[in-house]
Design a protein around this ligand. Structure first.
Ligand code: HEM
Ligand SMILES: [Cu+2]
Length: 509
């Protein structure tokens, strides 16, 4: 069993280790630190928008910097490293191998993250997570913008190295007794999302280099004054980042596949349809990127192709939701904290998908595009689905990692407050978008409906903020002082479905 914190070791031993659970722990701590840092910036944004006019942030440039670093941090420095933490811990155990396939490469991939985080935070660029040209090449102030570009570049390399490692570990190092179809769905989620990374990231890596040389003035790929085309950047960016949204969501769904059956005390309804849906999602993720660009003057035919390509992802997502519901059906469900987060995350996944279908329908997208609706849409995914699945899994792995139990009541309060807060913030933002409020603005006219809805959203954000403090206290306090966990059955589920790592590896220490 993986017990890290019960046998305390000097920190440098963990830092210089290449063992998969040590690297997993480093990923975990780093990603959680960035969760709180990025979350603090979100609270600043919501405080600023509580009233029209300037409140706590003095100028629009500072506001732009804050939301750029907020988004960049939570996507690249929280969600992805958190998934890597879980993958590092559990994929080798699940495929019954002693470590990741390339342990040193694994540690190197991790150690690329702190310097990129430093570049992003010390620079504090202002050109949105999308680095919009021509602004990003003509006027975005350096060195902030260049630091962001280098930060993202390094993160991309780190992701690709991590992805290669997962693919090789799963395909080549799995125990010979285990067929690929028997590999647990969480490990499958890493296999499929890693394959997406390997195909998708190089395009953006190239675009970043082009952005940099454009900024240096030696090229004009995206600079209209030099005959370049900013829309070309949009294509390159979204060719990587639409698939990337599935890279973010697939591991979270994989984590739910660990939680839902255990706490329903039933096997998963259909293992093979889970695999099928992951594979399908990873393929169709490449057929939708231009749904971000309906408003850029594409032809009707092009728009139709991308609309259909986008809708192809809906059945795959629905298969997962169906699989979860069918697993819970008639189960003896125990609503411990991890289960609450997973079920809440599935409900929000469904709502988020419904909003996505509206965006994907190109005539409707002309209404929602660049409005607060889009902010609501993708946050229901990144917060409501991905962060919920991840946090649920964190509670789930807590006893296995620390050997102690977290405080269940605090975990439940954390969930209820976060769920209510998430609904208040992001459902309201959808409506706010329909009332015409554009995204990415620092100030807004005093329209009574806008003020009311911004205030509801800001109150929701504060509720989430408070719940996160409870979470932090629970994690820190329980990992030192929590009651000792029975690592064979920490959640008192009884029966035979609760052993997460029943496939114990004889070679594993
Ligand atoms: C799987 C989880 C998903 C995530 C994490 C996600 C994330 C995002 C993000 C980050 C954006 C906007 C980015 C920006 O402009 O800055 C976005 C926009 C969009 N999403 Fe999603 N999305 C997901 C699923 C879906 C699904 C299932 C659909 C359709 C069925 C969809 C349709 C769209 C469309 C059409 C837009 C463009 C809206 C516009 O700008 O007008 N998304 N999504
Ligand atoms: Cu997309």
């Amino acid at each position: 069993m993986v017990l890290e914190l019960q046998k305390p070791r000097p920190i440098w031993q963990i830092m210089f280790s290449t063992h998969h659970t040590d690297v997993g722990l480093l990923y975990l701590i780093t990603s959680l630190a960035f969760l709180f840092m990025g979350g603090a910036l979100a609270l600043a944004i919501r405080a600023e928008l509580f009233f029209p006019g300037a409140q706590i942030i003095t100028d629009a440039m500072t506001f732009n910097r804050i939301f750029t670093v907020h988004g960049t941090t939570l996507i690249f420095l929280f969600i992805i490293p958190f998934a890597s933490a879980v993958g590092n811990y559990f994929v080798p155990i699940m495929v019954r191998y002693k470590d990741m396939a390339y342990p040193k490469l694994n540690a190197i991939a991790f150690w690329m993250i702190p310097p990129s985080g430093a570049l992003i935070w010390l620079g504090f660029a202002d050109f949105t997570w999308y680095a919009t040209p021509p602004y990003s090449i003509i006027s975005a102030p350096g060195p902030a913008a260049d630091m962001w570009i280098f930060g993202l570049k390094i993160l991309g390399v780190s992701s690709v190295l991590g992805a290669i490692n997962f693919v090789v570990t799963i395909l080549k190092c799995k125990h010979p007794d285990m067929s690929i179809g028997q590999v647990p769905l969480l490990a499958w989620s890493f296999l499929t999302s890693s394959l997406i990374i390997i195909v998708a990231i190089p395009t953006f890596a190239a675009a970043l280099l082009m952005l940099l040389t454009d900024r240096l003035g030696v090229s004009g790929f995206f600079n209209p004054a030099m005959g370049g085309d900013p829309i070309a950047y949009a294509h390159l960016f979204w060719f990587t980042f639409h698939p990337e949204v599935y890279v973010l969501v697939i591991p979270a769904i994989g984590m739910m596949y660990e939680i839902i059956p255990r706490f329903s005390r039933k096997p998963i309804f259909s293992h093979s349809s889970g695999i099928f849906a992951f594979v399908l999602l990873s393929i169709v993720s490449f057929s939708s990127w231009a749904h971000h660009m309906y408003a850029t003057g594409m032809s009707f035919t092009e728009k139709t192709v991308f609309m259909i390509g986008t809708l192809a992802a809906v059945p795959a997502s629905a298969m997962h939701v169906f699989n979860f519901i069918a697993t819970m059906w008639n189960g003896r469900i125990k609503f411990s904290t991890p289960m609450m987060w997973a079920v809440g995350g599935i409900a929000l996944f469904f709502s988020a998908g419904a909003g996505g279908v509206v965006n994907a329908a190109m005539p409707l997208d002309f209404q929602t595009h660049d409005s607060y609706w889009v902010v609501g849409h993708f946050h229901l995914f990144v917060m409501g689905t991905i962060a919920f699945g991840s946090i649920g899994y964190l509670y789930y792995m807590f006893p296995y990692v620390t050997g102690r139990m977290y405080n269940e009541n605090m975990g439940k309060v954390h969930f209820v407050m976060s769920f209510v807060g998430t609904v208040l913030v992001f459902f309201t933002q959808h409506v706010l978008g329909l009332y015409g409020m554009p995204r990415r603005i620092f100030d807004y006219p005093p329209i009574p409906e806008w003020i009311a809805m911004n205030q509801i959203a800001s109150v929701g954000a504060m509720i989430i903020g408070v719940s996160m403090v409870i979470f932090l206290i629970n994690m820190i306090h329980s990992s030192a002082k929590g009651k000792l966990a029975d690592t064979d059955d920490p959640f008192n589920l009884g029966g035979k479905y609760y052993y997460p790592f029943e496939s114990k590896n004889p070679h594993h220490h």
